[in-house]
Design a protein around this ligand. Structure first.
Ligand code: GLN
Length: 504
């Protein structure tokens, strides 16, 4: 059994002046004991360097010169964020030996804040998957099934990030969320998983899967670690990311966000929570339905008013996502040609190099998606698939705007017509079931269907968070979604919701 000390949160750690060196040693012991079984990390940072940084942080603690709330805490980074000090593999043969000449902006911000970067974490190849079974390093085992005969998936694609936090190998981890890759593994592993509003955290140095959907995300054991510790530090305008929210809009969004957050301190009196009817899909398991029902009752017991809302075109989210994401992926992954960087096939005949490099460098799931993505962009299907998918996305965005009380500052449209009541926040499940077992391989389509709860938030660009709601026998999370820009408010509600709840 791991010692209890490493389970304390970053904030508690700062408050009780817990030694960074002791915390580091606890995390390294957990890595030594369990990583070969759980398969969470693809590489570990230099231990001597980590010890040196921990000592420096302890000295700052003593002198009262801590750089930030995160100074001295241990963080893991998904292996699709560029780092100069460790390879960035995206769990692919294509990038197996690739080390970036620069650090991703968010990695640099964490390092500057004094965080100890423990290593890079396992994932589905290029972020494509929901169960972390498409990795050149092999699957990630869910820590909740550690020791059991039947192993469960840690979820994907940020499975290694989730498993590393759940197994106490670090305090927090960065993941990326294009269609649910932070929230799904967090839900399966009993963690908090937060996908901020699109553009809030810089994606400079995050290897692109689908640019219009990709978001940096955070996985922690509790909501406070996620907000105070991490989001505050990595949420900055970055000139190197053209989709980064500009400072002027950021200031406006933050003012509204703070104003609303301040209205909720200890309970949720005055909060209106919307339950979108279209999320009641056939594939929801009985356990998830039960947890969702209990979540609604719990919010009611904290003073929230529950209303039913409707987002009719959310039923198109799944096909729209898999058309848009794969189209963008096919274009992004075209850069891996064996010429500029990454894997190169030994066959150097000009006309074969490209084909051989891509055939041997990408795994089957990635190749399938490149082919599908290329197909939807070809003449004919572009009009019949790609353009309708974009229209469906726009409708879904509009309908989300129509159910929130707060307007979306990105759109100059009146979404407040009609008499119906609107919500501050929405509550839905995070996944259709608890973590699947690893021996029960789902077909491609079944794996895609699993994302139905998470990807609407990516299509709409809105913030969403999963919080652990049921712990045993296997974790099940619930998901809150907020209006674009209301990230702190979402975290505030999630914090009140989780801190006032006894485990089920
Ligand atoms: N499961 C989804 C996909 O495979 C989402 C992945 C992600 O968010 N990176 O596309």
């Amino acid at each position: 059994m791991l010692s209890r000390t490493v389970r304390i949160s970053a904030r508690q750690w700062q408050q009780c002046r817990y030694s960074s060196t002791v915390a580091l040693n606890e995390c390294l012991s957990a890595i030594d004991a369990y990583n070969s079984e759980i398969n969470a990390f693809t590489s570990i940072n230099d231990r001597a360097l980590l010890h040196k940084k921990a000592l420096e942080s302890d000295a700052r603690q003593t002198n009262g010169t801590l750089k930030s709330e995160l100074d001295g805490t241990t963080i893991a980074i998904k292996d699709n964020f560029c780092t100069t000090f460790l390879p960035t593999t995206c769990a692919s043969i294509m990038l197996k030996d690739f080390t970036s000449p620069y650090d991703a902006t968010v990695v640099k911000l964490l390092d500057d804040a004094g965080a100890l970067i423990m290593g890079k974490t396992n994932m589905d190849e290029f972020g494509m998957g929901s169960a972390n079974i498409h990795s050149v390093f092999g699957p990630v085992i869910n820590p909740c099934s550690h020791g059991d005969e039947i192993k469960r998936s840690a979820g994907g694609s940020s499975g290694g990030s989730a498993a590393s936090v759940a197994m106490n190998m670090c305090t927090a981890a960065l993941g990326s969320d294009t269609g649910g890759s932070v929230r799904m593994p967090a839900s399966y592993c009993g963690l908090v998983g937060f996908k901020p509003s699109y553009g809030r955290c810089s994606r400079h140095g995050l290897v692109a899967y689908a640019n219009s959907l990709d978001t940096v995300g955070i996985l922690t054991r509790n909501v406070q670690d996620c907000s105070k510790g991490n989001l505050d530090i990595i949420s900055n305008y970055d000139i190197q990311d053209p989709t980064s929210i500009p400072n002027e809009l950021r200031t406006e969004l933050d003012a509204n966000d703070t104003q609303l957050s301040l209205q909720f301190q200890d309970d949720l009196k005055g909060l209106v929570v919307g339950v979108p009817q279209e999320f009641y899909v056939d594939s929801l398991s009985d356990e998830v339905l039960d947890v969702w029902r209990k979540g609604i009752q719990h919010l009611e017991s904290l003073g929230a008013k529950i209303i039913s809302v409707s987002i009719p075109h959310v039923s198109l989210a799944l096909p729209a996502y898999y058309i848009i994401a794969l189209a963008e992926a096919s274009s992004n992954l075209a850069r891996y040609d064996g010429i500029r960087y990454g894997h190169r096939s030994p066959d150097n005949e000009d006309h074969l190099l490209y084909e051989e490099t891509r055939s041997s460098g990408f795994g089957d799931e990635v190749k399938k998606r490149i082919l599908l993505g290329t197909h939807v962009l070809t003449a004919g299907t572009y009009e019949t698939l790609f353009l309708p998918a974009q229209s469906a996305r726009r409708l879904i965005q509009k309908e989300f705007n129509g159910v929130f009380k707060q307007p979306n500052l990105l759109y100059n449209e009146n979404t407040q017509e009609g008499e119906r009541e609107r919500a501050h926040i929405l509550l839905v499940p995070s996944a259709t079931s608890e973590a699947p077992t690893l021996n029960n391989k789902k077909s491609g389509i079944d794996e895609y269907i699993n994302d139905v709860m998470t990807l609407p938030a990516n299509l709409a660009g809105i913030p969403a968070i999963t919080v652990p709601f049921r712990n045993t026998p296997n974790p099940i999370g619930l998901q809150l979604m907020g209006q674009y820009g209301y990230d702190q408010f979402l975290l505030r509600v999630a914090d009140i919701m989780t801190s006032k709840k006894s485990p089920i």
